[in-house]
Every structure is written in C-alpha cells, then in structure tokens.
Design a protein around this ligand. Structure first.
Ligand code: ADP
Ligand code: MG
Length: 255
C-alpha cells in the first residue's frame, strides 16, 4: 500500500542545514495500522507530511497504492490526495460555521458533490463512530472527543485507501484519548483502512500492529505486536523507546 525508499528531507535557514529526515525506508501493507513514534523534534511530522503528499519536496521515493508520487504534477497530486488519502490532525480542523454533518461532508462539498447523495453513508459512519446524535450541532456545542471523531468521519467519507494521522490524541484528555484510539482501531478493522499514525506516546502506539521508532531523523528500530496482548506490546514499546527518553543517554549528567 505504501513504500518509502531512502527518503531524506532537510531544512535550510541562514547558513544552517537541519536534516530532519535522514534516509528512511519502510513499507506498509494494506490493512496495517502503523505507528511512527519518537520524541518531539525527531522528524515525525516532516516524515508524515512527505509520505502523505502534503509536502512532496524531498529526496527519495514514495509509492502509494502503486503510484510513484514524484511522477505526478501539482494537479494530479491534489486529485490523488482527494480520492485516495484521508487525514486526521491534532487540531481537528473543523469549520465553526458548519454543522457536524456538513463538516463530515466537507471534502464532498469542496468537490462539488451533493450532500444528499451521501446521506446513507453519513448516517452509517456517524452511527459507527458514535456521533449520530450531534449531526445537526455546531462544533462549539460538542466535546473535543466528539470533534475528533467528526474529523475521523470526515477522513472516511471519501473512502480513502490510506489514512494519515499526526498526533491525533495530542489535544485530548485521557478518557477521550482511549475512545479516539479505539475509533482508529475500529476504522482499521471494520472499514479495513490502512492507517499510519504519528505519536510520541507509548500508550497510543500500543493500539498499532507495528511501531517504527524514530530518532534524530532515522528509523533504526521497529517493534511488532505479533500475537502479544496490548499490555505486553505496550511494555515492549516502553522498553524499546526508553533510550530516547534522554535520561538513559544523559544520566551521567545528573548531579
Ligand atoms: P516532530 O514532529 O517529531 O516533533 P518535526 O518533523 O516537526 O519533528 O521536526 C524535525 C526537526 O526539523 C526539528 O529539529 C525541527 O525544529 C525542524 N523543523 C521542522 N520544521 C521546520 C521548518 N519549517 N524549518 C526549519 N526547521 C524545521
Ligand atoms: Mg510533530
């Protein structure tokens, strides 16, 4: 479903060069739920923006569903994005002046489609994501968790092949975090969506099938769930990511 080969991306400012993503390669199979985990500044967002076509300026290759993104022009990329990719961000990016129903349908409205033709689909998705009761409310009348599930519904409405999520639980409290992660897992299992989620949080990562650990722009380590319980997987993620938590590397500096 997704193939990333030797991807690098650097930022230049003044006379400094920062290599935010450094020669990263990995593949994601259809139906997988992948986590990219690393501390703040490790390059996760830069990597996600590159592989999800948001920022298609990088070295290396990204192939989504058999299409080499570098062969597409700007028009083709936005068409491809619209039809094949769903996005969920930390900020829910809902429009305040639209109802929840209209926010879910937003990608269709932008595409000039009539919301009426999609009523059944909106009903089904909103029932599945437990936001059926708030369809005619405005975002400010709903909770953060409901808003984030609305963002999930919006990511599903165009029937994308793959969904990218950048720290989707970053603005949620612990209860809403669990509910959102279960929703993502549900979208993965019941809608058979391939999901690539960026997170700095081991608990969020434990909902995935496989974790790529990112540090200083590299991915050198992965942790696979196999048949583990979520708790055992969580413990393995923690022990594998502990070395990134500073205190292991810097414990000699402690006074
Ligand atoms: P993460 O999402 O893991 O926190 P980012 O991908 O946002 O990491 O950032 C990786 C590195 O690149 C950081 O050192 C950050 O300061 C730097 N960086 C990110 N965006 C820019 C930019 N637009 N210009 C310059 N440096 C950037
Ligand atoms: Mg980030």
């Amino acid at each position: 479903m997704l193939k990333v080969a030797n991807l690098s991306k650097e930022y230049r400012y003044k006379n400094m060069i920062k290599k935010a993503v450094d020669n990263v390669s990995f593949s994601v199979k259809e139906g997988e739920f992948i986590g990219i985990m690393g501390t703040s500044g490790s390059g996760k967002t830069t990597l996600l923006n590159a592989i999800s076509t948001i920022n298609p300026y990088y070295e290396g290759k990204v192939i989504i569903d058999g299409v080499d993104i570098s062969t597409l022009n700007d028009n083709d990329i936005s068409e491809f994005r619209k039809n094949k990719i769903g996005y969920i961000f930390q900020e829910y990016n809902l429009l305040d002046t639209l109802t929840i129903r209209e926010n879910i349908a937003l990608p269709l409205l932008i595409d000039g489609k009539s919301i009426k033709c999609f009523e059944n689909e909106i009903t089904k998705i909103s029932r599945d994501l437990n936001i059926e009761g708030i369809l005619d409310k405005y975002p400010y009348q709903t909770s953060g968790g409901q808003q984030q599930r609305t963002a999930c519904a919006r990511a599903l409405i165009t029937r994308p092949n793959i969904i990218f999520a950048d720290e989707p639980t970053g603005a949620l409290d612990t209860k809403m975090t669990t509910s959102l992660l279960k929703t993502l897992k549900f979208m993965n299992s019941n809608y058979n969506k391939t999901i690539v989620m960026v997170t700095h949080d081991s608990y969020a990562a434990s909902f995935c099938d496989r974790i790529l650990l990112m540090e200083d722009g590299h991915i050198d380590k992965k942790v696979v769930k196999h048949n583990d319980t979520q708790r055992d997987f969580f413990n393995r993620i923690i022990s594998n990511s502990l070395q990134f938590d500073g205190y292991i590397n810097q414990k000699d500096d402690l006074s």
